[in-house]
Design a protein around this ligand. Structure first.
Ligand code: F0G
Length: 454
C-alpha cells in the first residue's frame, strides 16, 4: 500500500464531534437536504470545499502579527505586491475580497452584450458574472474532459482546434477574452498542461485576444505539470509558474484556495486594462491597497504564495486525493480518474444509477453520505446548474459528489474513515432516494435551495 505522507506536523488542533445518526438525520432535514445549509457543529469531517478552510502555516500566522494597518498605502500591501511581482513577474496587482469579486471586475470591464467567452470549463460564479453582463460561455474542452474514467493526465486542456474554429466563426471582435481555469474545478480538479497553455497563448496572441488564467487552483495544477509533464520535469515550481504567467495577459485567483487565506486578486502587465479595472475597484471592493482584505490576511497571503512554490506543500492535496481515489476504485466505487486536485470526486450517476438526473443524484448522494458518516461533501451536478430561460433543467455533463480535501487539514485515519463509510453506502445504495425542490432560488440555487425526497 502506498501511504501518502504528511510533510508537516500538527501544532494547533480543533476538537471535532461525531453526532449520533439520529441527530444527523434531523440536521439534514432542517437543512432541506442541502449540505450548504448544515451547521458545522453537526459535522464531523467537513469536505464541502477547500475554500477558506486550508490549514495555515506557523509562518503565515506569525506574519499576521507584523501587519501594517492602514487604509491607504500600507507596507503590507507593498509586500504582497512585491511577492506577486516576484512569483508572476506581473507589474500591476488589484486586491479583491475573493475570487468572484475578481470575476465581477473583469466581466464588467471586458464583457459586452452579445460577446462570447471561450474557456476549458465554466465555474459557477464565473458563468454567472459573464452572463449577468450579457456574455455567453463557450466551453471548448477536449473529448477527454467529460470521460469520468480516463488515463489522460491533462483533462483540463482546451481543444485548440475548437478555439481556432470559434475564432473563425465569430471573428475576434465577438470574443471578450479566452479563459483558462487551472485545476478545472467542475470536472474533478483536472489540470491543463503547460504545452496546451503554450499553444492557447499563441493562438490568442496571433488573434489579438486577451488570455485570462483563473489561478484559484493553480497550486494543484503546478504539481501536476511538475509530476506528469515529462517535457518540463526539470523546471522548478517557480520556473513553471513564471512560464505560465508569461503566457497570460491576466491572472486572477481566489486566495481562499491559492495562498490558503481569504481574499483574491487580479494581476497583469497590461497597463491600459489595469487602469480600467482599477477605476471600478474602490466601488465594489475597497481602496487599492486592501480591496476588501484585512492587512492580516494580506500578510498571510504573501507568505502563502511563497509557500505555494514549495513542492512539499503543494503535493499534499494531490497525494491524499490520489490515495482516496485509488482506495475507492479498488472497492469498485465509481470515482473520477485520474485523481485530480481539490478533492475526490464520486460519480453519482453510476453510484446511484436508479436516480434520474432531474432528481439530482449528486445532491441525494451528498445528503445520504452526511447521514451515514457525518462527512459533508458538495453536490457538483445538475443542482449546481442554472435553469434555461424557459424554466427547463440544464442537465449537467457530470453528476459529481465532491469530497474536498482542504490542504493539510485531515489526517490519513480521517480519510480512511470516510472511505469506509462511502463503501458502506455503496453497498446499501438502493436506500437512497432522489430529491425535488421545495424552495428554489433563481440564481446560484445550490447555495440556499431546500429539497425533499421525491
Ligand atoms: N474560480 C474557481 C476555479 C473556483 O473554484 C472558485 C471558488 C472561484 C473562482 C470563486 O472564488 O469563492 O473566492 O469567490 N470555488 C469554491 C469551491 C467556492 O468550493 O469550489 P471565491
Amino acid at each position: 500500500e502506498e501511504i501518502p505522507l504528511e510533510m508537516h506536523k500538527v501544532r494547533i488542533v480543533q476538537k471535532l464531534s461525531l453526532k449520533p445518526i439520529e441527530r444527523r438525520l434531523e440536521a439534514i432535514n432542517e437543512a432541506g437536504n442541502n449540505t450548504f445549509l448544515l451547521k458545522n457543529k453537526d459535522i464531523f469531517l467537513d469536505m464541502l470545499t477547500d475554500s477558506g478552510v486550508n490549514a495555515m502555516s506557523d509562518r503565515q500566522q506569525a506574519a499576521m502579527l507584523i501587519a501594517d494597518d492602514s487604509y491607504a498605502g500600507s507596507e503590507t500591501f507593498t509586500r504582497l505586491e512585491n511577492k506577486i511581482k516576484e512569483i508572476f513577474n506581473m507589474e500591476f496587482f488589484l486586491p479583491a475580497h475573493q475570487g468572484r469579486a475578481c470575476e465581477n471586475i473583469i466581466s464588467k470591464v471586458l464583457v459586452k452584450e452579445g460577446q462570447i467567452v471561450p474557456m476549458n470549463y465554466h465555474f459557477t460564479t464565473t458563468k454567472s458574472h459573464i452572463t449577468v453582463n450579457g456574455g455567453t460561455v463557450e466551453e471548448i474542452f477536449t473529448d477527454e474532459a467529460l470521460k469520468i474514467n480516463s488515463t489522460n493526465p491533462f483533462k483540463g486542456n482546451i481543444d485548440t482546434d475548437k478555439l481556432k474554429s470559434l475564432i473563425a466563426k465569430h471573428g475576434t471582435e465577438k470574443i471578450a477574452f479566452v479563459r483558462l481555469e487551472a485545476g478545472t474545478n467542475l470536472i474533478g480538479g483536472q489540470p491543463f498542461s503547460l504545452k496546451n497553455l503554450i499553444e492557447v497563448s499563441r493562438i490568442c496572441k496571433d488573434n489579438n485576444i486577451i488570455l485570462i488564467l483563473d489561478a484559484s487552483l493553480l497550486s494543484d495544477n503546478l504539481y501536476f505539470i511538475k509530476s506528469r509533464e515529462e517535457e518540463f520535469k526539470n523546471l522548478s515550481i517557480r520556473e513553471i509558474t513564471l512560464k505560465i504567467a508569461s503566457l497570460c495577459d491576466v491572472i486572477y485567483f481566489s486566495a481562499r484556495k491559492l495562498g490558503c487565506v481569504r481574499g483574491g486578486g487580479i494581476c497583469t502587465n497590461n497597463s491600459a486594462l489595469f487602469e480600467r479595472m482599477k477605476e471600478i475597484l474602490p466601488l465594489y471592493e475597497g481602496f487599492l491597497t486592501y480591496g476588501g482584505m484585512s492587512v492580516r490576511e494580506m500578510e498571510a497571503l504573501t507568505v502563502g504564495l511563497d509557500e505555494t512554490m514549495d513542492e512539499d506543500m503543494i503535493n499534499q492535496g494531490p497525494i491524499f486525493i490520489e490515495y482516496m481515489v485509488n482506495e475507492l476504485s479498488k472497492k469498485g466505487i465509481p470515482v473520477v480518474t485520474p485523481a485530480g486536485g481539490l478533492g475526490c470526486h464520486i460519480d453519482a450517476m453510476r453510484f446511484l444509477s436508479h436516480i434520474p438526473q432531474t432528481q439530482y443524484p449528486a445532491g441525494a448522494l451528498a445528503a445520504a453520505l452526511y447521514i451515514v458518516s457525518g462527512v459533508r461533501g458538495m453536490e457538483r451536478g445538475t443542482l449546481s446548474e442554472q435553469r434555461n430561460p424557459d424554466g427547463s433543467e440544464v442537465l449537467s455533463n457530470m453528476e459529481l459528489l465532491r469530497l474536498a480535501l482542504p490542504r493539510r487539514v485531515f489526517t490519513l485515519s480521517q480519510v480512511k474513515y470516510a472511505i469506509d463509510r462511502i463503501q458502506w453506502l455503496f453497498e446499501n445504495r438502493e436506500l437512497v432516494e432522489g430529491l425535488t425542490f421545495v424552495d428554489e432560488p433563481k440564481i446560484l440555487r445550490f447555495f440556499f435551495g431546500k429539497l425533499k425526497p421525491v
